[in-house]
Design a protein around this ligand. Structure first.
Ligand SMILES: [Zn+2]
Length: 240
């Protein structure tokens, strides 16, 4: 049983080391995910602006064509004004000229509104592209960092994993199940008893249990937090 208790504590130490190595990458994985979704969002905003831009440019081309036709027409109307034969023709022509001028004014307004919106969109696109570039840089840096952390830890992780395999062989399925269950709640599932208390929850262990624990004949659990208990001396003889 003493060997089992040692193996159990050993397993616990290995698992804590592995936790630490995994935690070395900190929040990086979730930060990278976050940046990825920000990147997709800013890219989709840029695409929306770009399609509005091409729509505006298409409409503006059409109106420019209309404007040219209107100018040609105005020139013709003004020429006709010099050749009218009577008042009726004169009035009809001036009315047409006035209408063409009115239409031309409307088109000018519309064209300048398109120009304004185009400038606005171009500014927005520029701002968003800048943002996209910043996110991309950040994203690449974090990915690179995560990669090198994993790379530099990989030997150590490998080593702990093989130690873990060995430790598992010394433990019964039932005990491992209990260990897994406690560890889901407390990462430090196996703790020393220090000064008569569980060093997980710091509550006292009964004197009776303390006496029995020294015999190393069975596994004890903290009756408050459920952690597996080990007497300090035994725990200290275990090395990782
Ligand atoms: Zn406890």
């Amino acid at each position: 049983m003493e060997q089992t208790l040692r193996a159990l504590y050993h397993l616990q130490q290995i698992d804590l080391e592995l936790d630490d190595l995994e935690a070395g990458s900190g929040d990086l994985p979730s930060e990278i995910k976050q940046l990825e979704s920000e990147l997709a969002e800013v890219q989709s905003t840029i695409s929306e602006f770009e399609s509005e831009l091409s729509e505006i440019r298409r409409e503006r081309n059409e109106e420019n064509l209309q404007m040219q036709e209107l100018r040609t027409r105005s020139i013709k109307l003004n020429e006709r004004l010099g050749t009218v034969r009577n008042n009726r023709e004169y009035d009809a022509t001036t009315t047409e000229i006035a209408a063409a001028e009115e239409r031309s004014k409307d088109l000018s307004k519309a064209l300048s509104a398109f120009d304004d919106r185009e400038a606005e969109i171009l500014r927005e696109v520029q701002t968003h592209e800048k943002k996209r570039d910043e996110i991309t840089t950040n994203f690449d840096d974090k990915k690179e960092t995560l990669y090198s952390i994993r790379e530099s830890n990989s030997d150590e992780v490998e080593d702990f994993r093989s130690q873990r395999e060995k430790a598992l062989k010394e433990l019964s399925e039932k005990l491992l199940e209990r260990y897994g269950y406690v560890r889901a709640k407390h990462p430090d599932a196996v703790v020393k008893v220090r000064k008569g208390a569980c060093s997980g929850c710091f509550r006292a262990v009964t004197p009776q249990t303390l006496v029995e624990m020294r015999r190393h004949e069975q596994v004890f659990y903290c009756e408050h937090c459920g952690r597996l208990l080990l007497d300090e001396e035994l725990a200290e003889s275990v090395e990782v």
